[in-house]
Every structure is written in C-alpha cells, then in structure tokens.
Design a protein around this ligand. Structure first.
Ligand SMILES: NC(=O)C1=CN([C@@H]2O[C@H](COP(=O)(O)OP(=O)(O)OC[C@H]3O[C@@H](n4cnc5c(N)ncnc54)[C@H](O)[C@@H]3O)[C@@H](O)[C@H]2O)C=CC1
Ligand SMILES: O=C(O)C(=O)COP(=O)(O)O
Length: 586
C-alpha cells in the first residue's frame, strides 16, 4: 500500500486559524481544531462594523457574536477598539492598514470586506499577523453594472448638468443637447462580472458592443453578441469606453496621455471600476483639448477627492461618490455574503471568498516549498505569454515524478499554478482555500496529469509543465507542436528553474524577471545582449541558449534583476538576428 509522504492538506482545510501574540508566532498561522469563543464577554466573539452594513447581515452577525456598529471612527479610535475584537467588517471607506493589525495584538482573526475591491486592506500585513481577509465578490455585480449604465445614459443626455441648471432657476434647453446611444460603439474594457453585465445591458440599448479582455472566454462574449477585440481596436474605434478592470500594476493609469491620443475625437468615458485606472491629470487635459467630450466617474484615485478637484468640478464630467454598489438590494446581498463568510471563518470553516493566503506551517511546506514557488512562477510566466484567442480557459498541468501518484498530493501545487495564472490579470487574491473556486468562477478548467517516471523517488517531482490551449502567444516560440503555450520547469539544487519554452530547452532560474529572445543561432549573441543590458546597469543573473540544431533558431533566456527601460528593450529587439522577444515579470 502506498504511504503518504506529503502532509495531508485536508487537515489544513478543516482547521481553524488563530494567532498567538509572541512575535515569532505572530507571523504564522497556528491551526487548531477547537471552535472560536472569542475573547469578549459572554463567550461570544466580538465583531466591529465600521461602515453601514445591510440589516440582514447585522441580524445574522448578532445571532453569533457581540456586534459593535461604530461608524465614522478615526484610525486612532479603530486601533483602540480593535484589541477587543475578533472580527472587523468594512466597506471601501475604512483603511485597514498595518497599524490596525498591530494594535489588535493577535486578537483580530478575520477582516470582512462587504464588497469586491480590497485595495483599502493591507493584505500583506493581514497575512503576516495571521488574519484572514474575506470579501463579498458577487452580490454587488448587478448594482455596479446598473450604475455604469446610469452614468452612461445620464452623461449622454447631460442629466446632472441640466438638473443643476434647472434647480438654479434656469430653463436652458439649447445648451443641453445630448448624443444618442443607439448604433454607437461601446468598448467595455474588462469583461468580468461587472463588464459582461454592462455589455449585456448596452446591447439592449441598441449599442454595438466590443470588449477587450485578453483573459475572457470568447464564447461568453459571443453568447451575448459582443465582439472581443484588441486593446488598440477597442480604444480607437469606440464612441464610448466603459472601464471594468481591477486596479493592478498592469492597469494602473491605463488611460493616459498616450492612449487618449489614440482615441476617436469626442469619445466619452465611464469609470465605475477604480480611479487609478485613469491618469486623472491626463483625463483633464483630454477633456480640455476635446479628445474626450465627456466623462462620468464614480471612482477616484483619492477618495473622497480633495476639495476643488478639477475633474469633479469640470462642466463635462458627471461625478458620483463611489455609489456603484449602493443599492438596497446589493447592500443587503453583500451584508449577508460577508456576514456568512466572517462567521464561517470564526468557526474555522472553509472560506470560499478568502482573499489572503493563510500561511501553511513550515513543516508542511518544507518538502514542497521550492515546487510551490515553481508552480506559481510557471503559471505567471504562461499567462504573460498570452495575447489573444479564446481566453485562458483550458490549462493543463503535468507533474512528472517517480513517486507513486498516491504519494503526491498536488492540491497545493495546483492552487499555486492557479494563483500564478489568475492574480496578474484580476483583482482576486488566490490561496489554497479559494483557488479552485476562483478558477471555476472564471471558466478556467485546470486538468492535471501525472507522468510516472522510472527511478528513485528522492525528489517529489522531477518537472512541472503548464500548457494553455486555444490562445495566441505574444512569443510564437512558446507554442508547442500542438499549438499550446507550453512552459516547463524543474527545481535544481533547491532553485526553481525554467527549463523549456515551447520546443526550446533553456535553463534559467526563476527569480527577478526574464527576457526571452528567439534568434538565428550564431556566435556572439549573448555578448551583444549582455552589453546592451550592462550599459544600463541591468544586472543579468543568468543566460542560457536553447537551440533546435546548430546554426538554426535558438531561444535565449536572460534572467534580469530589474526591469530594463523601454529603450533598452527596443535596442535588444533591433538586433537584426533577433526575430522576436518578450519581457516577463516573475
Ligand atoms: N464602483 C463600485 O462601487 C464598484 C466597483 N467595482 C470594481 O469594478 C471592477 C470589476 O469588478 P468585477 O467585474 O467584479 O471583477 P472581475 O475580476 O470579475 O473582472 C475583471 C476583469 O478584468 C479583466 N482584466 C484584467 N486585466 C485586464 C487588462 N489589462 N485588460 C483587459 N482586461 C483585464 C479580467 O480578465 C476580468 O475578466 C473592480 O475594479 C471592482 O473593484 C466592483 C463593484 C462595485
Ligand atoms: O465592491 C467594490 O469593489 C466597491 O467598489 C464598492 O465599494 P463600497 O462597498 O460601496 O464602499
């Protein structure tokens, strides 16, 4: 009978998370099996709610805990109260920073965000202090989509401006001639939960709807009569652009001077996502120059915006104070969703909407640790190679091992591949608890395959391969014979390394970032690229060349510690023997 050599992860799923106050222990989560009684009076846990929450959620919480609803607290007041609380529930208006976790002195076990975006919660600090963070990702989707449509129609017909004018005693009809929506092109940027609902509604208004989302399944778009297009086509052909992207490193200031310049003159913009997706100074310039005729904004980089904010006061801007989720129905929905998640987490149940990673005890991770890193980095690499196609929906992970399949629990590795695949393209944070749930929700089918190798089962795994099918790649050499994006890696002397890209063998440790170049195999190439990088003080950690046959094509993988400038990357691309290249962040 096979013996289980890996830690049984099911114990992690079913155990409860508590923290201890000593510094070394504070940094990791201890797993216990008793139920939470909290430290408050009457044996019940205490939950602090700092922003208005739907009554149905409050009622649920009260059945299980002492509930302290204290709105408009200052940071100092929150920090004072928090050491007496087991859970904290917030919306987007409460900043839950490191101070809060520090002040809780180990008592705070869960933070519930009654909504989607968790940019107001310091997740790294939460994880470090052993505090689980849960959110309510679905209950306000329709409300946000409806608000997007409300802003779209109100903007097109100057509703807010005309309302202010009539209230000021004027009867101005000629000034407020609007534009029609029917037959116009709407580009929805981000075809996730909210974006797809906006698209569906805009189709009902008779608009021609296109969308850009490199990670969305094409069949979901087709099903509602929406065309998936490139970013360039989306921004350059749209009469209206509606933003529904998460705020990530890649989407920060996505609309900027450069992208505004490529838009149709007179374009109209709606933002119900996050203020930071737009460079607000650039939007002001685009409004003043007439490139953007109007904007409707529900969200701002700084909320509330400072007094006298020029965008808010601009005649061509319709602004609302982050009201996307503010309907009675959505607030009742998120209140119930978050209350159930918080109570479940306090009871030690599995939280499907957990957004930070509970740290698994080091003993469990010891053997798998480098493979866990390898799995995440392969996922992260593979998704960055995608440029289009029918979305990231078919992913195959192969584990080659000489161990008996029963001796290898790959759930943690699968979770990390999913984390690598989805985190760079979404606002969702993925851990062992929520990875399968998130993948399923996003229509990403992960299939796993074990390849049983001969030999001694000394290492748990020899290599891991991640393949993404039905997609186009921005680095054609990453495609396998069957047309899938394929990356393969191994742990070499404890270091996760990339060993294959498409059909090319390479050897580069997965640290920092990687530049992949396909070139005509010839002497001197490594030196030329290294000297370009050296001129800019970019430290090269590794270089390797994998070729099909001497003198034919080769793929060079270069590990770099920091991101080279655009100019440096261009210089590399300009070397005549280089046929294609790509920069990938790990
Ligand atoms: N104003 C408000 O009150 C509300 C705002 N929101 C915000 O709306 C946004 C969308 O929320 P959901 O639809 O729930 O999230 P989601 O995760 O379901 O959808 C986001 C979509 O953006 C896509 N995406 C990621 N990077 C992209 C890129 N570079 N280019 C194109 N597409 C990209 C993803 O593939 C995904 O399909 C979030 O920022 C959320 O915080 C959500 C609810 C209420
Ligand atoms: O859910 C989200 O991402 C939102 O932006 C809603 O924020 P709110 O809960 O209304 O402060």
């Amino acid at each position: 009978m096979a013996t289980t050599t890996l830690v049984n992860l099911s114990s992690i799923f079913s155990s409860r998370l508590v923290t201890t106050p000593s510094f070394s222990q504070r940094r990791r989560i201890i797993l216990v099996t008793t139920s939470c009684t909290g430290g408050g009076g009457g044996g019940k846990p205490t939950i602090l709610v700092t922003e208005k929450l739907g009554q149905a959620g409050i009622d649920l919480l009260k059945k299980y805990a002492n509930v302290d609803c204290s709105y408009d607290l200052s940071l100092e007041e929150i920090c004072t109260k928090i050491s007496l609380c087991d859970a904290l529930i917030v919306r987007s208006g409460t900043k839950v920073g490191r101070d809060v976790f520090e002040s809780s002195r180990g008592r705070l076990k869960v933070v519930g965000r009654a909504g989607v975006g968790i940019d107001n919660v310091d997740l790294a600090a939460a994880t470090e202090y052993g505090c689980l963070v849960v959110n309510a990702p679905t209950a306000n989707t329709v409300a946000a989509a409806e608000h997007g449509i409300a802003l779209l129609t109100a903007m097109a017909r100057n509703v807010a401006q005309a309302d202010a004018s009539i209230k000021a005693g004027k009867w101005t009809r000629n000034k407020y001639i609007g534009v029609s929506l029917v037959g116009k092109t709407l580009a929805v940027l981000g075809f996730g939960k909210v974006g797809s609902e906006v698209a569906r509604r805009a189709r009902g208004l008779g608009m021609h709807v296109i969308t850009h989302d490199p990670y969305a399944p094409a069949d979901r778009a087709r099903a509602i009569g929406v065309e998936l297009v490139s970013f360039e086509v989306a921004i350059s052909t749209a009469d209206f652009i509606s933003l529904h992207l998460p705020l990530t490193a890649a989407t920060s200031k996505l609309l900027n001077d450069e992208t505004f310049a490529r838009m149709k003159k007179g374009v109209r913009i709606v933002n119900v996502a996050r203020g930071g997706v737009i460079d607000e100074e650039a939007l002001l310039r685009a409004l003043d120059s007439g490139i953007v005729a109007q904007a409707a904004l529900d969200v701002f980089t700084v909320e509330p915006p400072v007094e006298g904010n020029k965008l808010v006061l601009h005649e061509s801007v319709t602004a609302t104070p982050h009201l996307g989720a503010s309907t009675m129905e959505a607030q009742e929905g998120v209140a119930i969703e978050v209350a159930e998640a918080v109570i479940g987490a306090l009871r030690g149940e599995l939280a499907a909407t957990a957004v930070n990673a509970p740290m698994v005890p080091l003993e469990v991770l010891r053997e798998l640790k480098p493979y866990v890193v390898l799995a995440e980095k392969l996922g992260r690499l593979a998704v960055q190679l995608v440029t289009g196609g029918s979305g990231v929906n078919a992913v195959k992970v192969t584990y080659a091992s000489s161990r008996d399949p029963d001796d290898l629990d790959t759930r943690l590795l699968r979770a990390m591949v999913i984390k690598g695949l989805i985190e760079p393209i979404s606002s969702v944070f993925i851990n062992l608890v929520n990875s399968d749930y998130v993948a399923k929700q996003r229509g990403v089918k992960i299939s796993e395959e074990r390849m049983v190798l001969d030999g001694s089962p000394e290492n748990p795994i020899e290599y891991i391969t991640v393949r993404i099918a039905n997609v186009e790649s921005r680095f054609a050499s990453a495609l396998s014979e069957s047309g899938e994006i394929k990356v393969e890696g191994r742990v070499k002397q404890g270091v996760p390394s990339l060993t294959k890209v498409g059909l090319f063998g390479v050897d580069v440790s997965l640290e920092g970032s990687v530049i992949l170049c396909r070139q005509v195999d010839q002497p001197g190439m490594i030196g030329r690229v290294a000297s370009i990088l050296g001129d800019e003080n970019v430290n090269v950690s590794f270089m390797s060349v994998g070729r099909i046959a001497p003198g034919k094509q080769a793929v060079m993988a270069i590990g770099v510690d920091e991101q080279p400038s655009k100019e440096t990357l261009k210089k590399i691309g300009d070397i005549s023997a280089i046929e294609e290249f790509v920069f990938l962040k790990l």
